[in-house]
Design a protein around this ligand. Structure first.
Ligand code: ANZ
Ligand code: ZN
Length: 878
């Protein structure tokens, strides 16, 4: 029957694909490879929403196209199962995280199959399985051996709610990325990866990848390279010296005071007794202020004098030492030379505390330090330096000053980075144990590689302890062990690795997921890696995407990888927003703001809680577009959509509704529209089906013998083949679908023209070409429908592994006509244009013609007459 029974059709093909193991990749050596990867998800209990589907469907379409183009395509899926999200949920539900994760993953897998994603499930990985984390631990050891992993006492971000430390990348606006609590500072021994050693390489590599500019800029800013100098100031009456980092060593002559971060190690030593009390009070206050606030340019610049002085090494002056919270300990040297004339923060500070201001650059002879109303960072020529007076305010001068300081032994040129080392230890249960043993005699000893994995022991209680120790510390059988070096009694490290360690190498494991002798074989990685196309949310810009690049580079330098950038092309999709009822609230009530997209909070608005939907009358509801999420009660599931409209319609809708990078406003209406289109093309195809002849290729007449209508239909088909292919390759899924819709219109018009008549043999050829091409063109987008058509043509197998049709450039070429150009009625030139060229375009082309311009000799036309498809007549006075 020609009834579009999508439920039966989709069920049938999903079953057949499964039976045939259709998506299992086999390497055929005569073909090129393509590795398309989605960021592997943490499977949550809420299951997939249509919002998640928007991550996976576009990449699936791109991968399916690559298969049709004849590539060996690796398109795998797995679970980012370790880490805080899973553990928090397990605690909330009182469940064992291991079982819970497996159950959630099974549901995700079912849903992903339901929407027809072509994953090779034989390569599924789960980062919390010992077969996987054994190798996460192995990589940890390699980093450790290469001095890229170390333990240090450090002030760290502590989430009082999750009771664990957090990486800098996990602190968002001073709050925990998971639970939103305000983050505190604590001093505890922690494990770090030395990502700072790769700051320069991480920056450099960004120039070699095809990523969205915005994401590259975020990473570059996060790495934060600064060129400048370190200058050493002697302290008056002490043997100590203070080094400062400055980007403007040329302004040293204007440094009239020095500012230390309140946490600077020399503060205690240099504070004189009479200032002790105020210094302590200020330090206390600073500790409670977040780094974000401290960097806020709007905040008043406060600080206190500590009683000591240092010596400006070029002027010989004694300058006072202050502490102020606008100087951070974590950047540069934690100390600055303050140049109020040319640095705005220092200017505000000097004005507040009545400190001297001295110009190093003068804009005009009248300009004085007293007359300044703000700092002047740019312009002017040097004054008050003696040696360099008269030089302009530019890079060249900075270099000359640096050379001078180096000669004098006062300072040296340096490059600093904002990037900090990556904090990896977590005082949590649900992670890969850090494979280190602490021995009272030998110190830190790595677990021998043949003893990996260090298994995560099963426990009754895995809630965080709140003491700052991991729950593993409470399991004597785990903790007590023997030292691999001296065989004496020793203790195991009880911290686990944060989930970001697992996700820093999973893309390598997919190449060789079942290897139990090594993390990955050279052969597999050499074949499949790097990832050709990576898709996932831009919120990972300075976390996962940076970490993964670092591990790749480190493993590359150790000789394990032949490449040093893991993701050649990376794309991030927009979110799916749902129209959601909420209510207006005052600022006070809006403590944690609702989030619209990734980073746009909605003020004065809160989503309605289920009980509020009962109590607040609908006319008081305030509707907003916000990101779909279970917590907002606005989730639409793919299950619902597959049942009502079919997965093919859902796929087509999600691709068509907006450009890939843009947010989508979900609407059932739009979904219905997509479904109507799928129904329509299904019907048209079936109406033409009776005229199909399998031998059409042999009977297709040459182009020149086709009637204009026939020719137009073939032209459109071949243009559509080309457009769908290039659009998908460039992630322009919406216009690819639009092209299919346009073609559908043409085909429908053609069908009407031949309706009720037996088509001529030539028409039958054209119809057959369309009938046979459509299943392949639709295959990446609506794969179930495509296979059903294919079968109904009497073909064997699946559209999945057919060949993408070759468009014929001759056939696709736009028809051209000749339009003559006249001046005062005499033919002067001819234009070759498409018949649809509009009048104003013809006029423009005519005037741009070289021959016309020569003829006109600068005369301005009095009148231009255009007869579309025929001529342009330019009238000029003689
Ligand atoms: C003197 C000076 C004069 C500065 C001038 C700027 C302009 P970027 O570009 O972000 O690297 N600085 C250095 N360490 C700091 C810290 N730990 N906390 C806060 N500020 C710090 O900024 C480098 C500049 O920021 C340095 O150059 C220093 O101020 C300040 F006309 O030194 B400058
Ligand atoms: Zn030992």
């Amino acid at each position: 029957t020609s009834q579009y029974d999508f439920r039966a059709i989709e069920r049938k093909w999903q079953q057949r694909w499964e039976e045939a193991q259709l998506f299992r990749v086999e390497i055929r050596h005569d073909r090129p490879k393509f590795y398309g990867l989605d960021m592997f998800p943490y499977p949550s209990g809420a299951g997939l929403s249509v919002g998640h589907c928007r991550n996976y469907i576009p990449l699936d379409v791109a991968c399916r196209l690559k298969v049709l183009q004849g590539y060996n395509v690796l398109h795998p899926m797995g679970w980012d199962a370790f880490g805080q999200p899973a553990e928090n949920e397990a605690i909330k539900r009182g469940r064992n995280p291991k079982e819970m994760v497996l159950e959630y993953a099974a549901n995700y897998r079912r849903q992903l199959k339901l929407v027809g994603i072509s994953y090779d499930w034989s390569r599924e990985i789960n980062s919390s399985s010992p077969e996987y984390y054994r190798w996460t631990q192995w990589i940890f050891l390699q980093l450790y051996k290469n001095n890229l992993a170390y333990r240090a006492n450090a002030p760290v971000n502590w989430c009082p709610q999750c009771k664990t430390v957090l990486a800098n990348e996990e602190v968002v606006n001073g709050r925990c990325w998971r639970c939103g609590s305000l983050v505190e500072k604590r001093q505890v021994p922690q494990w770090f990866f030395r990502i700072t050693a790769y700051a320069e390489k991480l920056l450099e590599g960004l120039q070699r990848v095809n990523w969205p500019e915005g994401v590259k800029a975020l990473q570059a800013n996060w790495i934060g390279r600064s060129e400048g100098a370190e200058i050493v100031f002697p302290v008056d009456g002490h043997t100590e010296t203070i080094a400062v980092f400055t980007t403007r060593p040329d302004t040293l002559w204007g440094a009239t005071f020095m500012v230390l971060a309140p946490e600077h190690p020399l503060v205690d030593k240099l504070t004189t007794p009479e200032y002790r009390a105020q210094v302590e009070a200020y330090k206390e206050r600073a500790q409670r202020t977040s780094d974000i606030d401290r960097q806020n340019v709007e905040r008043a610049k406060t600080g206190v004098f500590i009683g000591s002085y240092c010596i400006n090494p070029v002027t010989g002056e004694r300058i006072p030492i202050y502490i102020a919270d606008y100087v951070l300990m974590g950047y540069g040297t934690g100390a600055i030379m303050a140049v109020p004339a040319h640095d705005q923060r220092d200017f505000e500070f000097a004005k507040r505390y009545g400190l001297p201001i001295r110009l190093v650059y003068q804009i005009s002879p009248e300009q004085t330090a007293e007359s300044l109303t703000e700092a002047v960072p740019e312009g002017g020529t040097m004054v008050n330096t003696g040696l360099f007076d008269g030089l302009p305010n530019n890079k060249e001068t900075i270099s000359r000053v640096i050379s001078y300081l180096e000669e004098k032994g006062i300072g040296r040129g340096v490059v600093t980075y904002r990037l900090r080392d990556w904090l990896i230890s977590r005082q949590r249960y649900w992670g890969a144990p850090i494979p280190i043993i602490h021995c009272p005699t030998c110190g830190e000893v790595p677990v021998p590689e043949d003893q990996l994995p260090v298994l995560l022991p099963p426990v009754e209680r895995y809630e965080p302890t709140g003491t700052g120790e991991s729950p593993l510390a409470g399991i004597p059988e785990f903790v007590h062990t023997t030292c691999p070096r001296c065989n004496g009694p020793a203790r195991r490290e009880t911290d686990t690795m944060g989930g970001s360690a697992c996700s820093s190498w999973y893309y390598l494991r997919f190449a060789d997921p079942h290897n139990n002798r090594e993390a990955f074989s050279q052969e597999a990685v050499r074949y499949w890696l790097p990832v050709d196309l990576y898709a996932g949310g831009a919120e990972h810009a300075v976390g996962h995407l940076l970490y993964a690049r670092f591990w790749t580079k480190a493993l590359h330098d150790m000789g394990y990888l032949h490449f040093d950038e893991p993701f050649l092309t990376y794309r991030n999709q927009g979110a799916v927003l749902a129209y959601t009822p909420g209510r207006e609230v005052g600022k006070e009530e809006n403590g944690e703001e609702e989030e619209l997209g990734a980073d746009e909070p909605i003020e004065n608005w809160k989503v309605l809680k289920p009980e509020e939907r009962e109590t607040i009358p609908p006319e008081k509801w305030v509707w907003r577009w916000v990101r779909m999420s279970k917590s907002k009660g606005n989730v639409v599931t793919p299950d619902e959509m597959a049942e009502r409209y079919g997965s093919d319609s859902l796929r087509l809708f999600l691709l068509f509704v907006a450009p890939y990078e843009e947010n989508v406003q979900w609407s059932d209406k739009g979904m219905e529209g997509a479904h109507r289109f799928v129904n329509r093309i299904w019907r048209i195809w079936h109406e033409l089906r009776p005229h199909y002849r399998a031998d059409w290729r042999e009977h297709m007449p040459p182009l020149s013998e086709l009637s204009p209508t026939d020719r137009a239909l073939r032209r459109k088909l071949h243009q559509t083949i080309r457009k769908v292919e290039t659009d998908i390759e460039h992630f322009r899924f919406n216009t690819a679908v639009a092209a299919l819709m346009e073609y559908t219109n043409e085909l429908s018009a053609y069908r009407n023209a031949v309706a009720n008549r037996e088509p001529t043999p030539v028409q039958a050829c054209l119809i057959s070409e369309a009938l046979e091409t459509l299943p392949i063109l639709f295959s990446p987008i609506t794969p179930h429908l495509a296979d059903e058509w294919w079968e109904r043509l009497g073909k064997e197998g699946f559209t999945f592994n057919q060949c993408w049709p070759k468009y014929d450039p001759e056939v696709a070429k736009e028809e051209e006509i000749t339009v003559v150009v006249q001046i005062n009625g005499k033919i002067r030139d001819k234009l070759q244009v498409s018949p649809e060229t509009p009048s104003d375009e013809l006029e423009r082309l005519a005037l741009a013609s070289g021959r016309v311009q020569t003829e006109l000799q600068g005369r301005v036309p009095q009148k231009i007459i255009v007869v579309p498809q025929k001529l342009v007549n330019i009238v000029v006075s003689k």
